[in-house]
Design a protein around this ligand. Structure first.
Ligand code: CP
Length: 300
């Protein structure tokens, strides 16, 4: 692994190595040392979890970070090209972790600079580090990744987390239920990918009646920022609200995951149930990202 741009770039062996490394880091069995290493966090879109968990991951390993949050105070405002900004940041850092609204931006960055680049989300395309922490959360709650039944619900069209997660879980023979309003269905290119691998999926419009046979329900926010027409957003916002009553007959080890932030798609009455796992999931992001950085910088 030189970069982490898309889940499609990772083999099953790569993923299992990342899972094993994250587990060992969490248990304190390995303690990567990033002393004198700097991660550049370039976040051209807002973030709470991804940015702060990468920052935490680096600092827990005795490394440090430099952070660009938006372009407001940088020389991009004076007309500097993106390529020149990247080349410059590369002089100060050991790894670049980047979020952008532009699909393909991280792959472009990886072509421009000669150090590892991590895609922390590129538009509606990919969010591979989220998928890896999701896989780590699934292993921790289900004891395995193979042959699980996963429901992906909400904005499957613009949600980069579900694109990456569907591709990741396909490697492990998952069966999917895609639950969304018609306007927000999973893109055809992801469905074609799954069909090519003989992965079963069914599509539904309603959450109710589609939960009880699942191992994991992965709920997502409707991505308002990706809609070209605000009227389209108004039509689908609030399409689903998962609540405690809907969870009466779920499987014993069933868990609700969400990449967060949530808006209103999971009622807070779910938070205190044994099925809610979205806040521990966010914590798992630190271990997964420690593993990603350590492997890319060859410190484990
Ligand atoms: N899950 C996730 O990407 O959250 P943030 O947008 O807060 O980073």
């Amino acid at each position: 692994m030189k970069n982490l741009i898309s889940m499609r770039d990772l083999s099953k062996e790569d993923i299992m190595r990342l899972m094993d490394t994250a587990a060992k880091i969490e248990k304190g069995e390995i303690v990567p040392n990033m002393q004198r290493k700097l991660a550049a966090l370039l976040f051209f879109e807002p973030s709470t979890r991804t940015m702060f968990s990468f920052d935490t991951a680096m600092k827990r390993m005795n490394g440090d970070t430099i952070i660009m949050s938006g372009t407001g105070n940088t020389s991009a405002k004076k007309g500097e090209t993106f390529a020149d900004t990247l080349q410059t940041i590369a002089q100060y850092s050991d790894i670049i972790i980047m979020r952008s609204s532009i699909e393909g931006a991280a792959r472009y960055a990886a072509e421009v600079v000669d150090l590892p680049v991590v895609n922390a989300g590129d538009g509606a395309n990919q969010h591979p580090t989220q998928a890896l922490l999701d896989l780590y959360s699934i292993i921790k709650t289900q004891g395995k990744l193979d042959n699980l039944k996963i429901g992906l619900a909400g904005d499957l069209r613009f949600g980069r987390t579900v694109h990456s997660l569907a591709q990741a879980m396909a490697i492990f023979g998952a069966e999917f239920k895609f639950i969304s309003p018609s306007f927000l269905q999973m893109p055809q290119y992801i469905k074609d990918d799954l069909a090519e691998k003989d992965i079963k999926y069914e599509e539904f419009n309603d959450i109710e009646g589609n939960i009880d046979d699942l191992d994991i329900l992965y709920v997502t926010r409707v991505q308002r920022e990706r809609f070209a027409d605000p009227e389209d957003y108004e039509k689908v916002k609030g399409s689903y609200v998962l609540n405690k009553k809907m969870l009466q007959n779920v499987k014993k080890y069933f868990k609700v995951l969400h990449p967060l932030p949530r808006v209103d798609e999971i009622h807070t009455d779910v938070d205190d149930t044994e099925f809610a796992y979205y806040f521990p999931q966010a914590k798992n992001g630190v271990y997964a990202r420690q593993a990603i950085i350590s492997i890319l910088l060859e410190e484990v």
